[in-house]
Design a protein around this ligand. Sequence first.
Ligand code: GDP
Length: 471
Amino acid sequence: QYGIMAPITHSIDHDTAVILGEELGIAVKWPEPEKSETEEAESQPEQQPQTPHNFVQRIISQEKESDLVERPPVVAVLGHVDHGKTTLLDRIRNTNVAEGEAGGITQRTGAYQVTVNGRKITFLDTPGHEAFTAMRARGAQVTDIVVLVVAADDGVMPQTREAISHARAAGVTIIVALNKIDKANANPQRVMEELAQEGLQPEEWGGDTIVVPVSALNNIGIDELLENILVVAEVEEYKANPKGRCVGTVIEAELDKHRGVTATLLVQNGTLKRGDTIVVDTTWGRIKAMFDFEGKPIKEAGPSTPVVILGLQELPKAGDIFERVKNDREAKRIVQERLLEREQAAQAPKRQMSLDELFARFEGGETKTLNLIVRADMQGTLEPIVKSLEDLSNDEITVKILQAAIGDISESDVMLAEASDAVIIGFSVGVDRAAQVRAEQSGVEIRHYDVIYKMIEDVEAAITGMLEPVY
Ligand code: GDP
């Protein structure tokens, strides 16, 4: 079955470079005789998506093994529209925002935590793969487990497939919540068959995908779902050092008329304390006040804890990485440096990533991978395209199809490409406007074809190019 892939790997050196503010415009170079050099240079990314999630992972990997302790898993909820993501998140949170019950509404802060059998689970409270991948496109890597909501009366739908590709591209574990089992026309057997076709073979059929039948509406199976999340967490052993370097990710942020910038942060390593000074991209601030997701003031927060903080000078973006620094002076110095670097980068002639550099990135025993996202007009063409592209893999280069779907190229395809350094291939399909705009901004390459052999020829040439760089 196509669309199956391993977690993406990035090299540490690249991450180091990223955090130093160095810009690596990595792109696979395609043979393109009809384009002039200037045009080609312009089509290169101005700024490649950052990958500071590796920065966080690197920080954790540098901690002493004996200092690492288990941390709560961080869970995102994905799935097709109307399959019950919001209802499930609300149910788990034990409120009913969807029903708008007066008094019961806690302000949504983008993440919350629940305690099950004395153990915590952190949920990202913005459902859907768009939000999930937008964060990844900014370089954040916060999710450990994806709960894929599939309605038992509707089955695997286009956005279910998209969600699966996005979760796979992120290399996270998928647990299926087979929702709406209360409905008379629910057909769990059929849905499990469909899931198996997508490569998610249910455990009870001998596969390794946990499928939990639930009704978010009627509160059936929710405890089992949560327990299964903890089972996965136990196996995977997510760890961090609460005493280590304090880093994490911005989950969301807004400007409040009275309070200034409020930001929800997910602490990923170390312990964040009120009064700490943090740097977030090119802004900084001293934490004036800190609250848990329920709005209760707190003094400190360890790994996997979402917190709402006040005190940042400017509005950060979701997916930005924060880091605690020694004091305000150091914060200002780092921000100054980054602003300066950014200014210089904007002025410097745009550097095109050479194949040489691409190779440098692949060094270190990692597999060389060409990530592709494929869109075609019909299922009948999609399958042979995917098959022939995958067949181009050789001993050294793997062609990995992150996603293969029918229909026009969408914005979420572009985000997936951004987050995974992929090239998009469209076969007799259009590009929707938002996707076009985003691709232009982010430098994601979209290649259009109407003839299969031409497409194969180009990809083959690109692969050969990767094998034998021409200077
Ligand atoms: P989302 O778009 O995936 O976030 O879906 P929502 O949570 O908004 O749910 C879509 C609709 O399905 C709403 O009318 C919900 O009340 C309904 N719904 C969600 N979960 C269940 C369930 O377990 N059983 C039934 N019968 N309806 C559900």
